[in-house]
Design a protein around this ligand. Structure first.
Ligand code: NAD
Length: 345
């Protein structure tokens, strides 16, 4: 009989983790690094907040509600001991890490180290997918950003969060080289439109300027309209994380990180898209009050990518920013969270 597979998602109650969990449960099976697909018999969601009931009531789901760092310090109770595939998504986000240096080090460096140590200790050489970020890139005087970032562009992070993600990538690569895990790091661009309440990410306004006006609320764009950003839909982010887990070693290539595909758009174009998809009255709810701290972080991120390795894995970007907004509308209209313009009904 085919043995079942144990999958763990750290940050499994979060924006992307919850969607990844839903996608895995809906698929019902998973291939680990090119091996034959096996049924997912246990999916453990690790998070210090509870996942939505829709996930926790699935009989295959186990919930480990704890702080990752405190919880993994007690090795015996680790849910990673019999994991076949681990998606490590739990992290403190960019602006929070910039505000609170110790929080970022603890959640993102210590947390990642403990996850990797638990995977090593299991002796099962699990597939581990690490959610890194394009925030590992940044330009300096001697290392300016190229016109388009490629898979071989030198990461020169300009924020604590970016540094912490790069440390995570390097640890994943070294644990893989040592044969402790089969590690795969993927760098996500800003994923939007993020539903719910704003979080502590410097990129949070990129969702807020779409989400809030669609709910009849005001929002602020704290950067100049010609600021270019790289964005992707949650669906493309989940697709990239899953592909990282399923790719055979020869398809994945070396243990350096893969940049996931993204769409380049200016913040002004985002608001113009909102006007087109919804109405001028809706897009007029966006204000342009500058915020220097946010603008400085966002201006340091690259906005243009050539994602050759991702393309080789069959990953493509969204069709455009309008497609991202329309998919958000489709998903949230039924929950009554947005006022759907007539052509979307
Ligand atoms: N959303 C994006 O735009 C984006 C872009 C680039 C990279 N990423 C990365 O993708 C991953 C998922 O992002 P997201 O948008 O879903 O974030 P999120 O904040 O919605 O989810 C992260 C989850 O991790 C949990 N968490 C954080 N620290 C923890 C700890 N110490 N112990 C237990 N749980 C903890 C949080 O409670 C949260 O539910 C993160 O690693 C993030 O850095 C996200």
């Amino acid at each position: 009989m085919m043995t079942g597979m144990n999958v763990v998602i750290t940050g499994g109650a979060g924006f992307i983790g919850g969607r990844l969990a839903s996608a895995i449960l809906a698929a019902g099976s998973l291939s680990a690094a090119g091996a034959a697909s096996r049924p997912v018999t246990r999916l453990t969601l690790v998070d210090h907040v509870a996942p939505p009931a829709l996930l926790s009531r699935d009989p295959r789901v186990a919930v480990w509600q704890a702080d990752l760092v405190a919880g993994l310090a007690d090795r015996d109770s680790s849910p990673l001991g019999d994991a076949d595939v681990v998606f490590h998504l739990a992290a403190a986000v960019s602006a929070d890490c910039e505000r609170d240096f110790d929080l970022g080090l603890r959640a993102n460096v210590e947390g990642t180290q403990l996850v990797l140590a638990a995977c090593r200790q299991s002796g099962r050489v699990p597939v581990l997918v690490f959610a890194s970020s394009v925030a590992v890139f940044g330009g300096t005087g001697s290392h300016p950003l190229p016109d388009a970032v490629t898979d071989s562009t030198l990461p020169v992070p300009q924020s604590s969060y970016g540094v912490q993600k790069l440390i995570g990538e390097q640890l994943v690569a070294d644990y893989s080289r040592k044969g402790f895990i089969q590690g795969r790091s993927v760098r996500l661009a800003t994923v939007c439109v993020r539903p719910g309440r704003p979080n502590g990410a410097a990129s949070g306004f990129l969702s807020g300027i779409i989400r809030e006006p669609l709910a009849g609320l005001r929002a602020n764009a704290p950067v100049p309209p010609d600021t270019e950003v790289a964005v992707s839909s949650p669906a493309r982010a989940v697709e990239g994380l899953l592909r990282a887990a399923t790719a055979a070693p020869q398809q994945w290539g070396d243990p350096t990180a893969v940049n996931l595909p993204s769409v380049t758009v200016t913040v002004g174009e985002m608001v113009a898209t909102l006007e087109r998809v919804a109405s001028p009255a809706v897009s007029a709810l966006v204000g342009w009050q500058p915020d220097r701290a946010t603008a400085a972080i966002v201006a340091g991120w690259p906005a243009r990518f050539t994602t050759t390795r991702a393309a080789g894995l069959g990953l493509r970007p969204d069709a455009g920013f309008e497609a991202i907004v329309r998919s958000y509308l489709r998903e949230h209209a039924s929950a009554g969270l947005v006022e759907v313009p007539s052509e979307n009904q």
